[in-house]
Design a protein around this ligand. Structure first.
Ligand code: B12
Length: 507
């Protein structure tokens, strides 16, 4: 049976300014499982280059959806979106789909729908079903049901929510963690990778490759840690699951040798947690002579990094290591955020990575309820002390399903008095420039001041230890090796005030 899988175009500043299109792994994984079970998935990824090239991208997407619906008449449509803030777009699509093809069923899933299945199904009758947590098995089960028009005992489907004939919503939270190893390779063959291309001359490419695509890959799911800001456990759970190195590297080999891809971004939430796994993956890459470059987009958990792991990763092609530090103050990092990483371990990890010619980016969070001027000073001092190439200090967005969200609701810390009962409908936008919550002991003006200071640190030490690296566009390096704003901006951005956005929201 035909199943249309839609990945929306985020018609907002976040998408438009960063224009970093990456194929949706969610859609590729769901499509692969559907196909393996004998269904006919049709991928409509609207977050692509050709959408951005349209005069009115929003309208273009709506027209495109109608065209595909009329042509394919799929009995089931699945909408997958990555950020909670994209829900309004998904809802707009669902309304249009039901208007165009009233008999088709619509399912959505992903982290936002997983957080609010009851609210969405009770209020938005356009959606028939919701997949909770990982969706490969659920989508196949519901596709089988739709094909056979068998809607009996839907409550038996695990990780699934639906509305019955009386309009009552049933949520089966007994979710399923997929047998990750057993899943088919994401359906890369179903998408045109040129749709995600753009020249990226600014990318660090020590092997000299021209980088046009960033290809997301994932070799493990799950993370055992309980960081108080992270909601990913809602989807992937805390139990780590891996794809066997041979199977995973088959995917890389296909993408590199048959599709010409040379730059990859690991999306694993805790890529190095299982050292034997990452070492085996890297050894397999080297053994098969797969000549690629990769980055660790989601941030490496510092506790698990060892010299041996780094050495293997560099040999296999790591050129950009993102590390998740989260805070410069030990109490904030370890007691409040539950990151459980010593300061010495952080400094040691940076020292270890720095021995290799690899770019290093650190991620920090600012604006927790317990934040003070003193704790932010510790973050500032740590960044100054580490002198890594990029330092991203991002504002806290408390997401439902996290302890910090509960705390902010309980203590009424939201700046814009968000309507908690309606947050499923109007979620915080990821690109929202303003701070979302106000710390107990700091004013918003003070936070803004810190944000300004951190923005000056962002690229300050770019290439400090590798001075032959040219600073990012729009920056120049002085004689002491310090990088500061100056020089030409990218031509396409020259007439936009991107500075604030770029500093704050793009890694
Ligand atoms: C790639 C990524 C990005 C990329 C996005 C690239 C792009 N152009 O699209 C970049 C780097 C830009 C990014 C940025 C941010 N990100 Co991000 N990112 C991710 C990441 C690491 C990987 C996503 C992925 O591919 N996963 C693998 C796929 C297979 O999993 P999945 O998408 O969850 O899909 C599965 C299920 O959800 C389900 N499913 C999904 N859709 C559907 C649909 C149906 C019908 C069904 C049945 C099931 C289903 O089935 C799928 C297969 O099992 C996730 C974390 C993660 N590991 O998932 C965070 C994540 C999505 N990001 C997150 C956040 C917070 C951000 C930032 C806001 C961080 C910040 N403070 O700046 C920014 C936003 C930037 C901006 N300006 O908008 C949060 C989102 C939380 C939320 N509730 O919205 C996540 C979940 C991380 C987390 N730990 O909390 N991010």
């Amino acid at each position: 049976m035909k199943v249309l899988l839609i990945h929306p175009f985020r018609n907002d500043i976040g998408a438009l300014e960063s224009d970093e299109f990456m194929p949706s792994l969610a859609v590729l994984c769901l499509a692969a499982s559907l196909r393996e079970s004998g269904h006919q998935p049709i991928i409509l990824d609207l977050a692509v280059k050709s959408t951005l090239e349209q005069e009115d991208p929003g309208q273009y997407c709506l027209d495109k959806i109608v065209d595909v619906l009329k042509k394919e008449k799929p009995p089931l449509v699945a909408i997958s979106f990555l950020f909670s803030g994209t829900f309004p777009v998904a809802l707009q699509y669902a309304k249009l789909i039901k208007k165009t093809l009233p008999d088709c069923k619509i399912i959505t899933g992903g982290i936002h729908a997983t957080s609010f299945p009851k609210e969405i199904l009770s209020n938005c009758h356009e959606f028939d079903f919701i997949g909770i947590s990982e969706g490969e098995t659920t989508i196949v089960e519901i596709a089988n049901r739709v094909e056979n028009k068998n809607y009996n005992n839907l409550e038996e489907i695990r990780g699934f929510a639906f509305r019955d004939e009386k309009g009552e919503v049933h949520v089966n939270t007994n979710r399923l963690l997929e047998n990750f190893e057993g899943l088919p390779m994401p359906a890369w063959d179903m998408i045109d990778l040129t749709e995600y291309e753009k020249p990226r001359p600014e990318f660090f490419s020590p092997k000299g490759f021209e980088v046009k695509n960033i290809i997301p890959i994932i070799s493990t799911r799950g993370c055992p840690y309980k960081c108080t800001f992270c909601d990913l456990h809602l989807i992937q759970g805390r139990k780590m699951r891996r794809r066997g190195p041979l199977k995973f590297v088959d995917e890389l080999e296909y993408l590199h040798k048959e599709r010409g891809m040379n730059y990859f971004a690991f999306q694993d939430d805790n890529l190095v947690r299982d050292r034997r796994h990452i070492i085996a993956v890297c050894e397999e890459i080297v053994k098969r002579k797969i000549n690629i470059q990769f980055e660790t987009a989601s941030g490496l958990h510092i506790n698990s990094l060892t010299e041996e792991v780094i050495e293997h990763m560099v040999e296999a092609g790591m050129v950009y290591a993102a590390i998740s530090v989260e805070h410069g103050n030990t109490h904030m990092r370890n007691e409040v955020m539950q990151k459980l990483t010593d300061e010495e371990t952080i400094y040691r990890a940076v020292e270890m990575i720095r021995k290799y010619k690899v770019l290093i980016r650190g991620n920090w969070i600012m604006g927790y309820p317990e934040e003070t001027n003193e704790t932010l000073q510790d973050t500032y001092d740590m960044i100054e002390g580490l002198k890594i190439d990029r330092a991203a200090v991002l504002k806290l967005i408390p997401y439902p399903g996290t302890p910090v969200f509960e705390q902010c609701v309980k203590e009424d810390l939201f700046v814009n008095k968000v309507d908690i009962d309606n947050i499923w409908l109007r979620p915080v936008q990821p690109h929202q420039n303003e701070f979302v919550i106000k710390p107990y002991r700091m004013s918003l003006d003070e936070l803004e001041e810190w944000r300004g200071k951190f923005s000056l640190l962002r690229n300050k030490y770019f290439g400090y230890f590798h001075r032959d690296l040219s600073p990012p566009r729009g920056f120049v390096r002085n004689e002491e090796g310090i990088v500061m704003p100056g020089g030409a901006l990218r031509p396409e951005n020259s007439n936009k005030d991107v500075s604030k956005f770029a500093f704050d929201n793009v890694f």
